[in-house]
Ligand binder design. Structure first.
Ligand SMILES: Nc1ncnc2c1ncn2[C@@H]1O[C@H](COP(=O)(O)OP(=O)(O)OP(=O)(O)O)[C@@H](O)[C@H]1O
Length: 853
């Protein structure tokens, strides 16, 4: 096709559509984008051109292709309008269909029928009419109100919706209607006059939601049948704002969006999924330019707004078709924001470009067709978004739980475990398990019976709880008695080193270095309580101490007074406490042991010569060896046994894993060979017997049987693997538990043997059943703390609080002290049963509350 100007036709195409334009008229969209899109053939907005019938149709200028998809425009030189570039005189627009002299019926079937149908399956749909005023947009969307045959897309869509709902007996479909008008950039609810609708002056806002655009304040009306829905349409129509205009007195100056909201739930009870979709039927305001309208003031204002919003619509469309754009300016006008869902992707969108084919309207026709061409490049791939009804989901899960419980009950009956309850534990049951674990830890019971997984988990929970409580209590006790310095706090560490509290390696007195587990005891100072300093090495518990370890007294040198002053409360409360504690000359730093080992290595030079005087307690590593050989021998044996069992289970687990891997590989190989055989068989032509069954050869049959066997073996091995995994986990916990127990016992034994003052031991012995070592040494020693030390400690605390409250705190500490003594005395009561160590792992013996359940 050649133009009058002789320039070549530029051809652009998008999504199967081509349109030819003369240079330099280049549509800004697609190029690369459209080509790419073409290769994967994605869906785009579908565009139809509807031509308004007129006796003055410009046959010479506007021609329709035989394929009914092409509009060619040819302007002879003399016919050109001023607004048209002289260089351009030929245009060819390719669309999805032409609706020329088409009835309302045909228009609906071509344009909207499938959109509506898909909406009932959960896909969003939009049909919008674009064109100059009077070109037939309202006629297309709403139709003639006086004649049923002339009704437009909206009433027909409503009819189709309710007809199709009748045929979908397996679904419960709810239809709601809203009708929005955008006039001069203001939102109006055309159904605000319907009873129960929000007040007409309700402020409306467009908001982006995870499910799409929502217009807050816009009323939604339930429509149970076609008639109710039509009533709403007519109500809205009556409310629609009509402006006067010289081109068409009844034409609308606003954009109107009639929306059918469809919510579809399955009637099958178990199906918790549901879909929500929308059908937007949009009647845009006239697209003509200002100059043509000859508008008066009010209409001029309207036209400005309309032009603005349509120009924004055009900009948005250009942005949407430009792949390099990452921001689409939907929010720059109410119209584009409200249509975001329809333009932005997840929607079956159809554009009807209404044109008025008279010569005088040619520039508007061209403008409309250009707009249509751009729209045709916008991707529009609709997907169903499924929602889940939480009530149904919960109901289904409950059903599943009931079902599984029934299964368990049957299983338990078959395996004689009928008394086991699988209900969640209540508070008193949990308290009972806690008590049981405590009894077990105290050695009062030897076994905890295992009933079910829930109980095992609760036992572990309680172990964990008790452990953390004990840790906290231990730390609190340590903090009360000693100063713990954060090793990463360099300022404090340096200050402590200066004061002689830490050596150059950052080790505190008695700390064992170079090992993951260090236990050290600081030397006892000469200023320590008389009960400590006066004590002599003794032969007590010599039977348990085969090695020549004996209680020793330390003689660490106290920090010089000047340096101690550096740790005034204002500088470092903690360090001041350190200094004070240094006076007491007793500091214990303990770190957690490495998990895999319980051998306490002797510290090299860390327990320094001058501190290891004859009266000091023995180094913990060597004492621990003694403990394992004597008092802790039984516990150590169990620990080792458990470790051996664990190692054995781990080995088995490894074997089974390897076996499973081999089977899996063989399964894959066999499947592959089978597939090859199948393809070969299909290639050669299959033999089918009289019953229509495919005949396979013997080799293929053997492979199928082998694959079946392998799958069976795989399942069995996999089950074994699961069991073994659970067993390994369980054994690991037992080993950890044993290890912890061994350490706790050792600590108790060590305190009892070397740390707790003799007089305190005697006092406790009076009670008969209490092993002094099980009571933390620092707690006991605290009882022996002299008044002066007590006062000093209190002073430190008070300095951190209110200095003037010293008398009050003094009095309170006296009362507390008194109370502590009497409580300690009350605890020393004879017991019939001797506490014992753990003697075995968990065995089958039901906890009382579970057997009752
Ligand atoms: N295809 C058609 N067949 C018969 N009559 C038509 C057709 N298209 C439009 N008309 C008539 O033309 C007139 C203007 O149409 P309509 O009101 O639909 O235009 P419009 O594009 O909606 O204008 P506005 O932008 O002002 O809303 C109406 O009287 C309508 O009946």
């Amino acid at each position: 096709m050649e133009s009058e100007g002789g320039g070549p036709l530029a051809t652009s195409s998008c999504s199967g559509a081509t349109f030819h334009v003369r240079e330099p008229f280049v549509l800004p969209c697609r190029t690369k984008w459209c080509k790419d899109r073409m290769s994967s053939r994605p869906s785009t907005v579908r565009v139809f051109v509807r031509v308004k019938p007129t006796p003055n149709f410009a046959h010479e200028i506007i021609r329709f292709g035989e394929d009914n998809k092409t509009v060619d425009i040819h302007i002879k030189k003399d016919d050109r309008l001023g607004v048209v570039n002289n260089k351009r005189s030929d245009w060819s627009f390719k669309v999805d269909g032409l609706l020329h002299n088409a009835s309302q019926d045909t228009v609906y079937d071509t344009v909207a029928k499938s959109v509506v149908s898909k909406a009932l399956d959960g896909y969003n749909g939009t049909v919008m009419c674009y064109g100059q005023t009077g070109a037939g947009k309202t006629y297309t969307i709403t139709g003639g109100t006086e004649n049923y045959q002339l009704r437009g897309i909206i009433p027909r869509a409503l009819q189709q919706v309710f007809k199709e709902i009748e045929g979908k007996s397996d679904q419960s479909i709810t239809v709601r209607i809203s009708y929005l008008e955008i006039y001069n950039e203001t939102l109006y609810d055309l159904l605000s006059t319907v009873p129960d609708a929000p007040a007409p002056d309700t402020q409306m806002t467009i908001v982006d939601d995870a499910q799409g655009v929502i217009i807050k304040g816009l009323s939604l009306h339930l429509a149970s049948n076609e008639e109710q829905a039509l009533n709403l349409l007519f109500e809205g129509e009556t409310n629609r704002m009509i402006g006067s205009h010289i081109l068409n007195k009844n034409s609308s100056r606003s954009h109107c969006i009639f929306t059918i909201h469809v919510e579809s739930h399955s009637r099958i009870i178990s199906d918790a999924k549901y879909t929500i979709s929308k059908i937007n039927l949009v009647d845009l305001a006239g697209s003509e330019r200002l100059g043509k309208t000859g508008s008066e003031e009010q209409v001029l204002k309207e036209t400005t707004y309309i032009n603005k919003s349509l120009s924004f619509l055009e900009q948005t469309i250009i942005a949407l078709t430009d792949r390099s754009r990452d921001h689409i300016p939907f929010r720059q006008s109410k119209l584009t924001h409200a249509l975001k869902d329809s333009l932005g992707g997840n929607c079956n969108t159809i554009l009807v470009a209404n044109i008025y084919g008279e010569v005088s309207q040619l520039s508007e026709t061209l403008s409309t067709l250009r707009f249509a061409s751009r729209m045709k490049c916008i991707p529009a791939e609709s997907v169903v978004i499924e929602h889940y009804d939480p009530v149904r989901v919960a109901r289904n899960l409950q059903k599943e739980i009931d079902h599984l419980r029934q299964e368990l009950a049957v299983r338990d009956t078959l395996t004689n475990h009928a008394r086991v309850s699988y209900e969640p534990f209540n508070e008193s049951q949990i308290a009972e398990i806690n008590a049981q674990v405590r009894r077990y830890l105290d050695g009062k019971v030897d076994e905890i019976d295992i009933l079910n997984l829930r109980q095992i988990q609760e036992i572990f929970n309680q172990f964990k709880l008790i452990l953390s409580q004990q840790e906290k209590a231990a730390e609190a006790r340590l903090r009360q008695k000693y100063t713990l310095i954060d090793k990463t706090d360099f300022v404090t560490v340096t200050a402590a080193q200066k004061a002689g509290l830490l050596d150059a390696d950052g080790l505190m007195v008695g700390e064992v270095d170079g090992h993951s587990f260090g236990i050290g005891v600081a030397p006892v100072s000469s200023k320590a309580s008389s009960s400590l300093s006066a004590r002599k090495p003794k032969s007590r518990k010599s039977k348990e101490r085969s090695s020549p370890v004996s209680r020793k007294e330390g003689a660490g040198s106290p920090a010089p007074a000047k340096e101690l002053e550096a740790f005034s409360p204002s500088k470092s409360n903690l360090l001041t406490a350190s200094a004070r504690e240094l006076d007491l000359k007793e500091t214990v730093i303990k770190e957690q042991p490495e998990v895999g080992s319980l051998d306490l290595q002797p510290a090299e030079s860390t327990v320094k010569e001058e501190r290891s005087l004859s009266s000091s307690p023995p180094p913990k590593p060597s004492a621990f060896e003694d403990f394992k050989a004597e008092r802790g021998s039984e516990l150590n044996r169990i620990f080792k046994e458990n470790k051996a069992i664990l190692a054995d289970r781990k080995r088995k687990l490894k074997d089974v894993t390897q076996r499973i891997n081999l089977i899996k590989k063989e399964m894959d190989d066999t499947s592959h060979t089978l597939n090859v055989a199948k393809v070969e068989r299909e290639k050669q032509g299959e033999y089918i017997n009289e019953e229509g069954q495919v005949i396979i050869d013997e080799q293929e049959f053997i492979l199928i049987v082998r694959l079946k066997d392998l799958k069976k073996q795989y399942r069995a091995d996999y089950e074994e693997l699961q069991d073994l995994r659970a067993e390994v986990q369980y054994c690991q916990k037992l080993v950890d538990q044993c290890r912890q127990r061994l350490l706790t016992e050792f600590e108790a034994w060590y305190n009892e043997s070397f740390v707790i003052p003799e007089d305190m031991q005697t006092l406790l012995k009076l009670g008969g059943s209490i092993r002094p070592g099980l009571i933390p040494a620092n707690k006991l020693l605290e009882l022996g703390e002299d008044e002066q030390e007590r006062l000093e400690r209190l002073q430190q605390e008070l300095l951190m609080e209110v200095p003037g409250s010293l008398p009050f705190h003094n009095a309170r500490s006296n009362v507390e002290k008194k109370y502590k003594y009497s409580r300690a005395a009350a605890q020393i009561t004879p017991s019939k049963k001797k506490p014992s160590l753990i003697t075995s792992t968990v065995k089958n013996k039901p906890p009382s509350m579970l057997s009752a359940a």
